[in-house]
Design a protein. Structure first.
Length: 283
């Protein structure tokens, strides 16, 4: 089965989505399952993992409701208030819906010191007892702090979103590459092949601009710890869903069929513990 391990839905408001600046004005609108379903069908994707876009428990509840309505939404990565002393009660409530597979806090918008907060790490420490993963979204400059953070949680399944947002538009590989190689030595960490075109030049990127970054994570993580993600609809400011899917397929074309199947599905299924009964062809 083929899985998109990273996509979003939202009802757009200027106040709640201030990060969508003028360069991304094209995505200042609502994006719902009815918009995504035909794109999945066209690319042969059977299921998705929808990831939070707002730091709101109300959004988490809404995404869980959507997962009840569309069986191809195989998992939800939501937001919970990890620094709240009562977060355990919130986790007990939201995990009553088995579609909740993981949690994310948008660390790219925080200082490095946030990753070392005791209350934040205490919240992360609760995730394993609820069988939840953690999505790590950071900028490349935060990689050294992220390495220390990941080391605090050696038993917690963690996935790095968007390759830690390397500086693709500038074609800078270092120190990102060295830090990625170091981070990948932690065996409980996976990485998503996602979010790359929005770190490149929106209008003029090419496959060759992306290849050194993909080659780096292939070498560092190997196919068993990599998973495909579209980052739809954010990706559409630089590439359609179909173009991004075909770009990743081209970048992975020299891998074996089994290795490609691992990246396009099996890693996400295993990492998030997706229910095979919810994963079926789009119609």
């Amino acid at each position: 089965m083929r899985v998109d391990a990273h996509q979003h839905f939202w009802h757009y408001t200027k106040e709640e989505f201030g990060w969508i600046d003028d360069s991304m004005a094209a995505i200042r609108r609502d994006y719902l399952p009815t918009d995504l379903a035909p794109l999945l069908h066209a690319s042969g994707i059977d299921a998705t993992v929808v990831v939070q876009a707002r730091q709101s428990i109300e959004e988490t509840d809404w995404l869980l409701d959507l997962s009840r309505e569309s069986n191809w939404i195989a998992g939800v990565v939501g937001w919970v208030p990890l620094t709240d002393p009562d977060v355990e009660k919130t986790l007990q409530r939201v995990t009553a819906n088995p579609s909740l597979k993981g949690v994310r806090h948008i660390l790219q918008g925080e200082s490095d010191a946030y990753m070392h907060r005791e209350d934040f790490n205490a919240g992360i420490g609760l995730l394993r007892q609820f069988n939840l993963t953690y999505d790590l979204v950071i900028q490349e400059r935060q990689l050294p702090a992220a390495i220390a953070f990941v080391d605090r949680h050696p038993g917690q399944p963690i996935v790095l979103d968007h390759l830690a947002k390397p500086l693709i538009a500038a074609q800078d590989l270092e120190p990102w590459r060295a830090n990625i190689r170091e981070l990948a030595q932690r065996p409980h960490l996976c990485c998503k092949l996602s979010g790359m075109v929005t770190e490149a030049n929106f209008k003029h990127w090419t496959i060759d601009h992306l290849r050194p970054y993909v080659d780096t994570v292939l070498e560092a993580f190997g196919p068993r710890r990599l998973m495909f993600g579209s980052d739809w609809p954010v990706c559409t400011v630089a590439a359609s869903y179909g173009r991004w899917h075909s770009t990743v397929a081209t970048l992975l074309a020299e891998l074996s069929r089994d290795e490609q199947a691992t990246i396009f599905g099996n890693t996400a299924i295993n990492f998030y513990g997706l229910d095979d009964a919810r994963i079926g062809p789009q119609s």
